[in-house]
Write a protein that binds this ligand. Structure first.
Ligand SMILES: Cc1cc2nc3c(=O)[nH]c(=O)nc-3n(C[C@H](O)[C@H](O)[C@H](O)COP(=O)(O)OP(=O)(O)OC[C@H]3O[C@@H](n4cnc5c(N)ncnc54)[C@H](O)[C@@H]3O)c2cc1C
Length: 405
């Protein structure tokens, strides 16, 4: 039986488009189904509210996919140092890329920039079709071929369906895959700001009892912010006029960069931990937020999803090269085994940080302040933390390694 496609990726966000590019120029016929057309052009002086801290490993993936130069041409802002401090005490830690002989710790990139660069790349591949705007309405994975019902185009068939459709994944729900997790009872407020003092290409993060506040440097002199706080406080912050919001931000950041003097539009996102019970099903795989959602405090969410896409690519292309069935459960299981443990470890670490820094418990407060102060004086430990945060640890897929392609 011939299918219309070998792989249909539902969701053309940053993770789904990465998988599609990674399968570009292979002998697999691929389609990406995306509900909303991506923004491809914007005014030079505008900044997307949503930015991501991109690790060196993710940068390598984009480089190997031929998308990094386009990302840099649009805007990628390096950060070379990181200052983290505890609002309740004097614990602080400073990371410097020079200490591990690296030029940067990572880059802050607008989500729309990543997506536009990847979509430009998709258009270069004859074997990849972008079906957009288009919505997955239904899926039947019970037969030898997967039948998908799309809102506009009706029924199509594929050998493998990949859910890259975000935290509320329809693919996952249709497949009856459960998730484990909980709400953090926090919302993440994002915006773009300008401060009195220069950001010094440094990421600044203050841990407060209500949640962390991060100032992430952009190369137009502004900072992208993520302020995680209770839903009630988030609502109050969103309701403030610009003057009051800037004053609240200046106070919350202890004016480390002076006063906040300009602010863009604001939005809030509910934060939750969510992990799919399994990443695979009959002729089906989940990647990115469809498989796992984590707290943004260390900016790792999309980076984990990009590693999923790179690992799944490697597994599928290896199977294809050996004339094996790419959708067979034992093949997909390789992908799940590869990524699930690493993702779980990162989620657990984020939970630990969240609990440690949100605690009012006096011995814990003392411990975290002492811990930060001691860790700051231990270069080998700090270097290991930096290498982890840059994505250089664990079993990296070839696309994320320097020597790839
Ligand atoms: C406040 C905040 C700050 C963050 N900061 C960082 C950071 O600094 N670094 C980092 O690594 N991560 C960060 N993250 C996490 C990161 O944003 C997510 O991990 C990432 O966006 C997930 O990408 P994705 O492609 O898996 O899913 P999504 O971005 O959710 O994309 C899913 C896509 O699927 C499409 N879709 C959904 N359903 C259908 C359907 N039925 N049919 C067709 N299309 C469909 C949607 O339109 C969407 O385009 C942050 C998250 C938040 C909330």
């Amino acid at each position: 039986m011939n299918a219309d496609y070998d792989v249909v990726v539902i969701g053309g966000g940053m993770v789904g488009t990465t998988l599609a590019c990674a399968l570009g120029d292979s002998d697999l016929k691929v389609a990406v189904v995306e509900a909303h057309p991506a923004e491809m052009e914007w005014a030079d002086d505008s900044v997307d509210m949503r930015c991501s801290a991109i690790t060196a490993a993710s940068q390598q993936i984009f480089t190997n996919l031929g998308a990094w130069d386009a990302i840099v041409a649009m805007r990628a802002s390096p950060f070379r140092e990181m200052q983290v401090w505890d609002a309740e005490g004097n614990g602080a830690i400073h990371f410097d890329s020079a200490d591990i002989a690296q030029d940067t710790l990572g880059h802050i990139v607008e989500n729309r920039v990543i997506q536009a660069a990847l979509i430009q790349r998709i258009n270069d591949f004859d074997n990849v079709a972008l079906l957009c705007p288009e919505m997955l309405e239904d899926q039947d994975t019970s037969g030898e071929l997967v039948k998908l019902t799309l809102k506009e185009r009706g029924e199509i068939t594929t050998r493998l369906i990949v859910g890259a459709d975000g935290a509320n994944s329809r693919v996952r729900q249709h497949a009856g895959i459960e998730t484990h997790g909980w709400s953090y009872h926090q919302h993440g407020i994002v915006s773009m700001i300008r401060t009195e003092l220069p950001h010094q290409e440094t990421a600044w993060q203050r841990f407060m009892p209500g949640g962390p506040l991060a100032f992430l440097p952009l190369n137009n002199g502004c900072c992208s912010i993520v302020w995680s706080t209770s839903p009630e406080h988030a609502e109050a912050l969103l309701a403030m006029d610009d003057e009051a919001f800037m004053a609240a931000l200046s106070y919350a950041s202890e004016q480390r960069l002076g006063n906040v003097i300009e602010v863009g539009p604001r939005a809030a996102f509910p934060l939750k931990r969510q992990h799919a019970a399994t990443y695979i099903g009959n002729h089906l795989a989940l990647i990115g937020d469809a498989a796992h959602a984590i707290h943004p405090l260390a900016g790792q969410g999309v980076n984990l999803g990009l590693l999923d896409a790179a690992a799944l690519t490697e597994v599928l292309l290896d199977a294809q090269a050996k004339n094996k069935n790419i959708a067979a459960t034992h093949i997909l299981r390789r992908y799940e085994r590869w990524r699930k443990g690493d993702n779980l470890m990162m989620m657990t670490a984020m939970d630990g940080f969240k609990k440690l820094f949100g605690s009012d418990n006096l011995p814990l407060k003392w411990l975290r302040n002492e811990g930060l102060t001691i860790a700051d004086k231990l270069p080998p430990l700090k270097n290991q933390i930096m290498l982890h945060a840059m994505g250089y640890k664990g079993d990296l897929p070839a696309l994320a390694r320097h020597a790839a392609v």
